[in-house]
Design a protein around this ligand. Structure first.
Ligand SMILES: Cc1cc2nc3c(=O)[nH]c(=O)nc-3n(C[C@H](O)[C@H](O)[C@H](O)COP(=O)(O)O)c2cc1C
Ligand SMILES: Nc1ncnc2c1ncn2[C@@H]1O[C@H](COP(=O)(O)OP(=O)(O)O)[C@@H](O)[C@H]1O
Length: 316
């Protein structure tokens, strides 16, 4: 998969270089959840039938982050994760349109004429609720109208699970509320956080549970404070473990930034500075304040047993 960064107005030579009859899926696609996956699969199979390349156009940073709307809560899939997932789905070209003030003012018509036509998009594939152009004035029917005879539009209906419409906002809410099972069902995979192992308070080893502190590399949607059964990858090695997301109320007062600490099972190595990916598989319990270290340690031991059981008996 090749990645093509674009900004508005796009440079003529960049468009020319990448102009090619193609099927393009378009959207924000934060989370690349089951609904997004069905849009991309539709584009992939259409392109296969037509024997032409399949591309995705996404917008970065997230419009809500740029427009400072106040309800921006971070990414489910930061751009690096999105790239990796799209590549694994068979996408040939990923166009990343820089979302900024200037782009937010582009009309639906300008977008189609200045970007999609020059790239020779033959078919645009969008989700039923796709909006584009200034103030989100454009929708799928406007896209179809503007495309005319030069570009057809394929609209993918909402993806439903148990009668509910899968959505990024629903996944964010489920993560915030500790309903990890629902978030994962809707994502269609585990929820992954990545970053560098950094220094903590050096207390873990003294209580028999060393924890690798994850310094997140991106602005992620933060799951509810609590304990999770996780799978981790460190230096290519796949490990199981138990993670606490929280502020350690047993030791600290006040509204602190949460930390992400993973106790890895059957592991004893110094990994400060190493890259770690952590997949959240099961939610075990909310974080709480214990009356003393002994109570906390007893509970962590239980959590570790629970996590081992959950991880050995589930497909996640
Ligand atoms: C499985 C697990 C569960 C935890 N649960 C709590 C908790 O409920 N309340 C709390 O105050 N700290 C909790 N912690 C955090 C510990 O307080 C923390 O790991 C310990 O203080 C070591 O911190 P350090 O790695 O920064 O040295 C938990 C840690 C683990 C590994
Ligand atoms: N089983 C393990 N799980 C997590 N980290 C481990 C483990 N064994 C050794 N380590 C190392 O110990 C560190 C955690 O020890 P800890 O006392 O909790 O220190 P810190 O407070 O700096 O995280 C990790 O960053 C890692 O380098």
């Amino acid at each position: 998969m090749i990645t093509v960064p674009l900004s508005y107005p796009p440079k003529g030579e960049v468009l020319q270089k990448h102009a090619l009859p193609q099927v393009m899926a378009m959207g924000q696609f934060d989370g690349l959840h089951m609904g997004h996956q069905s849009v991309i699969r539709t584009a992939v199979s259409l392109a296969e039938r037509r024997q032409c390349p399949v591309s995705v156009m996404t917008f970065h940073p997230h419009p809500k982050e740029v427009m400072k709307k106040g309800d921006y809560e971070g990414y489910l899939t930061p751009i690096a994760e999105k790239k990796e997932l799209l590549k694994s789905m068979g996408v040939d070209v990923l166009y990343i349109m820089e979302f900024n003030e200037a782009f937010s003012r582009v009309s639906p018509q300008q977008f189609v004429e200045d970007v999609l036509f020059p790239l020779q998009v033959q078919t645009a594939v969008v989700g039923f609720d796709f909006r584009f152009g200034h103030r989100g004035e454009g929708d799928e029917s406007m896209l179809r109208e503007l495309g005319g005879a030069r570009m057809t539009v394929e609209t993918v209906p909402p993806f439903q699970l148990n009668g509910e419409k899968v959505s990024s906002s629903g996944i964010r809410k489920a993560l915030r509320e500790g309903d990890l099972a629902r978030a994962l069902d809707w994502l269609g995979r585990s929820y992954r956080l990545q970053g560098i192992v950094s220094d903590g308070e050096k207390r873990g080893r003294t209580i028999g549970f060393p924890t690798a502190n994850l310094r997140l590399n991106d602005n992620y949607v933060i799951p509810m404070k609590g304990v999770y059964a996780v799978r981790a990858t460190v230096d290519g090695e796949q490990l199981k473990g138990v993670m606490n997301v929280g502020v350690k109320p047993t030791f600290h007062e006040g509204d602190l930034q949460p930390s992400f600490e993973v106790h890895l099972f059957d592991f004893d190595r110094q990994i400060y500075g190493e890259w770690m990916a952590v997949e959240l598989c099961h939610f075990i319990r909310p974080e709480r304040k214990f009356s003393g270290v002994q109570e906390l340690v007893t509970q962590i031991r239980n959590d570790a047993d629970t996590a081992r059981q959950l991880l050995s008996s589930s497909r996640l």
